[in-house]
Design a protein around this ligand. Structure first.
Ligand code: PHE
Length: 339
């Protein structure tokens, strides 16, 4: 076959192949096929040696032009393909599934605390805080729990080397607040408390309470009962049944515990209420005059009530959580359920 026919064939084949290529990989293959050292163009060049010397320059030029053309067409095609790939990447594909971003959520205990805060702030209580590390005076002494008094056994305490304690209840906030403020007083004080207890499904070495304190003239036990009944209705609904049982706390007299009726329908109701149907949710009572004396309040004029609510207990009831330790693990599969 004559060289000019072969050149035309290669040219035609190239034109045809390049017209349908649309990926960089295929383009690479074409480039190899035509322009590599053993490619089609190179093999045409090697045939020049077989030509008459008079014909060689002419076909040499034709082949150079062909090589140049193929090189230019390929590089033009590379840029069209890459720019259209870029455009595809930038354009919006509305059929793609959206990206799921994880939004955080409020911890169930924080949720219950804010719920209780809003129940009490609605009726005129403000929010105060006491320290988690405190002196023996604020946690015990001023609350009428003297050293070596058997009442200290109620709260198994963590002592620090310097004589401070991790507070065993939020009642220390009562003393701080009364020493720094004049009556009348109407506060709630949420926070963490610590006790050296055996860890189980029901108890942990730290937990949360909300303290309540109301001090004024003529505050009575019926004020206490009505405010706590209001609290229970707001939290558990209007049908909630409550009862007050006599109890003992060194800093209140008389003292009581409030139970809510949980029911006895299911096996789990029976288990968590120990077969009674009733669940204790808080301790309360009228502020003992000795506590007023300890903060220089006039116990002959003032009366008051105080209460302490266990937050974990309430969160467990509201959300049906059976193991208290879930609250402290930080497992987002647990906390994420309370969005
Ligand atoms: N501080 C008590 C406790 O932790 C609860 C309480 C608070 C009782 C206020 C009466 C008044 O058990």
């Amino acid at each position: 076959m004559k060289i000019d026919i072969k050149i035309n064939e290669v040219n035609d084949k190239f034109n045809q192949e390049i017209s349908i290529v649309n990926s960089i990989e295929d383009l690479e293959k074409i480039k190899n096929k035509y322009l590599s050292r053993k490619g089609l163009v190179a093999s045409l060049f090697s045939e020049l040696a077989n030509l008459d010397s008079a014909e060689r320059p002419k076909f040499g030029n034709i082949l150079n032009d062909l090589k140049l053309k193929i090189t230019n067409v390929i590089s033009a095609k590379v840029s069209t393909i890459t720019s259209s790939e870029k455009q595809n990447n930038n354009s919006l594909d509305v059929t793609l599934p959206g990206k799921i971003t994880n939004t955080g959520c409020v911890h169930p205990l924080t949720k219950v605390i804010s719920q209780i805060e809003s129940i009490f702030t609605k009726i005129g209580f403000s929010i105060a805080y006491g320290p988690e590390v405190d002196s023996d005076f604020f946690n015990f002494e001023a609350l009428n729990i003297p050293k070596h008094h058997p009442a200290r056994d109620m709260q198994d305490t963590f002592y620090l080397n310097d004589g401070h304690v991790l507070r065993t209840h939020t009642s220390n906030s009562q003393i701080h607040f009364m020493l720094n403020n004049k009556p009348p007083i109407r506060i709630i004080a949420p926070g963490r408390v610590y006790r050296n207890e055996d860890v189980s499904v029901r108890s942990y070495c730290l937990f949360h309470q909300i303290e309540g304190l109301y001090v004024d003239e003529n505050v009575t036990f019926s004020d206490l009962k009505s405010v706590l009944n209001y609290f229970a209705r707001e939290l558990f609904g209007n049908d909630v049944k409550t009862r007050f049982r006599p109890s003992y706390f060194p800093f209140t007299e008389p003292s009581a515990e409030m139970d809510v009726y949980w029911g006895l329908e299911s096996e789990s109701d029976k288990r968590i209420t120990k077969g009674t149907g009733w669940l204790e949710i808080l301790g309360c009572g009228m502020v003992d005059p000795k506590v007023f004396n300890n903060v220089d309040y006039d116990a002959s004029k003032l009366t008051g009530y105080a209460f302490g609510v266990g937050i974990e207990r309430i969160a467990m009831l509201l959300y049906g959580i059976e193991d208290i330790r879930e609250f402290y693990k930080g497992d987002i599969r647990f906390t994420g359920q309370f969005k």
